[in-house]
Design a protein around this ligand. Structure first.
Ligand SMILES: CC(C)(COP(=O)(O)OP(=O)(O)OC[C@H]1O[C@@H](n2cnc3c(N)ncnc32)[C@H](O)[C@@H]1OP(=O)(O)O)[C@@H](O)C(=O)NCCC(=O)NCCS
Length: 404
């Protein structure tokens, strides 16, 4: 501990005792400097909501030793995900074996929701929270730890890279599209089929399990009550006869996407926008509602709390896959509109070829969500992928909706 470090106790969050204190810190952290627009998150009374659906999770708080005031918190979770692939032989007859890529899994930990009260910053509290969380990660066998942060969040980037030994790893993009007051058209040349969770699981495991960060417990994601379904786009006229048949004889082009209901987990609100901007937004929305056939992109109502749907598990194949993705996003937009969401968001690899089919507004999106990673111990075996932190990125990345 350095000289400037204040005396805080870092301990596990206690819902009864700490909820109000945590909410207070959360509120003070989100409201940006006066005059600037900032995004406020309402965790709807459940500070653990952003990790509670993960297989194992922990939330810690930092409390001032003397006044018993909460001044910071951190959330973390641990799960098993794909970190690479290897070739495996299959087939019983040694003369007829084929090789196919299979996933290599690792136990990873993820840090999110780190907050320190503005009045107590730069006194070492953030660092203490990270270190304590990493202890729990190691005790539970996690091999890597990673975080995602806005690339221009200097405080957070420096904390993790300069002080905690993390290195810059991946830079996926968060693509956000507003939900308009009108429905959007979906191509008539595409049929959209809702898959059962078990068909979806089969498709994801057989086609996507070698993608980085694919969660080994994909079944618990798909069966979670927040998952609103997996939707498959195929050429019109194609009939679905089960995942086995589909996978052995797929149409020339197809695409798939799953929808997660983040609206029931947290809401967002833009605060601090000028009255002019608000009025403009309101006017376009009224016009859009009154004259929907104009198909005006109305600025969504972001100045009141709004919810979102998160699209995950985006994939597809064939020459028309991008068009199929576009149709799925149109469908997902209309679902979000029916369910009263303000925006639809997704997160994709910067090299994802299918991102061309995802409609989004640049001003609402984040081009570079910076993921930093660290290897937690040196005594792990290198396995067949070696040190993951040094591996080049793939074309796609699987972003788990549970921790978005
Ligand atoms: C990021 C945050 C948690 C840091 O908390 P903190 O308690 O102030 O951090 P610490 O005092 O432990 O700082 C440790 C190191 O981080 C880096 N750091 C922290 N704040 C910094 C800043 N404003 N500018 C540059 N470096 C900074 C420094 O290397 C610092 O070490 P130093 O003080 O010896 O130079 C805090 O700024 C915060 O709550 N920000 C808003 C929420 C947020 O962005 N969370 C991160 C999302 S993952």
């Amino acid at each position: 501990m350095g000289e400037k470090d204040v005396i805080v106790v870092v301990r596990e969050f206690d819902h009864e005792k700490d909820r109000l204190g945590v909410e207070d810190v959360e509120k003070r952290c989100e409201v940006g400097p006066s005059g600037k627009v900032s995004l406020f998150t309402d965790l709807l009374g459940d500070p653990i909501c952003r990790v509670r659906h993960s297989p194992s999770f922990l939330m810690l708080v930092a409390e001032m030793d003397d006044e018993k005031q909460i001044v910071g918190m951190i959330r973390g979770c641990i799960k098993t995900v794909t970190c690479g692939k290897k070739l495996s032989r299959s087939g019983k007859n040694p003369h007829q074996t084929t090789t196919k890529p299979v996933p290599v899994y690792t136990k990873v930990a993820y840090i999110l929701g780190l907050r320190v009260s503005p009045s107590h910053r730069r006194t070492g509290i953030g660092l203490q929270l990270v270190r304590k969380m990493e202890e729990w990660f190691k005790e539970n066998g996690a091999e890597y730890s990673y975080i995602a942060t806005d690339s221009d969040n200097l405080a957070s980037v420096k904390l993790f890279t300069d002080k905690c030994g993390y290195s810059k790893f991946r830079t996926p993009s968060i693509l956000v599209n507003p939900v308009f007051a009108h429905r959007v058209g979906v191509s008539h040349r595409v049929t959209i089929i809702k898959l059962t969770p078990s068909d979806a699981e089969c498709l994801y495991r057989r086609r996507f399990s070698t993608i980085e960060f694919f969660p080994r417990d994909i079944d618990s994601v798909l069966n979670n009550k927040l998952s609103l379904g997996t939707f498959l786009a195929v050429p019109r006229g194609f009939t679905w006869t089960g995942s086995d048949r589909f996978l052995s004889d797929p149409p020339e082009s197809w695409a798939v996407i799953s929808v997660w209901n983040s609206k029931d987990v947290f809401t967002l609100e833009v605060r601090g926008a000028s009255r002019m901007k608000r009025t403009l937004a309101k006017t376009t929305r009224i016009v859009d509602r009154a004259l929907p056939w104009l198909r005006l992109p109305s600025i969504p109502e972001l100045f009141r709390p709004f919810g979102l749907h998160f699209l995950y598990g985006l994939g597809g194949e064939g020459p028309n896959a991008v068009k199929m993705v576009k149709a799925l996003c149109g469908f997902a937009h209309n679902l979000a509109k029916e369910r009263g969401c303000g925006v639809v968001a997704t997160e994709v690899s910067s090299r994802e070829p299918l991102r061309l089919g995802v409609p989004h507004w640049r001003m609402l999106s984040c081009d570079e969500d910076l993921w930093c990673i660290k290897r937690l111990g040196e005594d792990y075996s290198d396995g067949s992928v070696g040190d993951w932190t040094k591996s080049p990125p793939g074309l796609s990345i699987f972003v788990d909706p549970r921790e978005f």
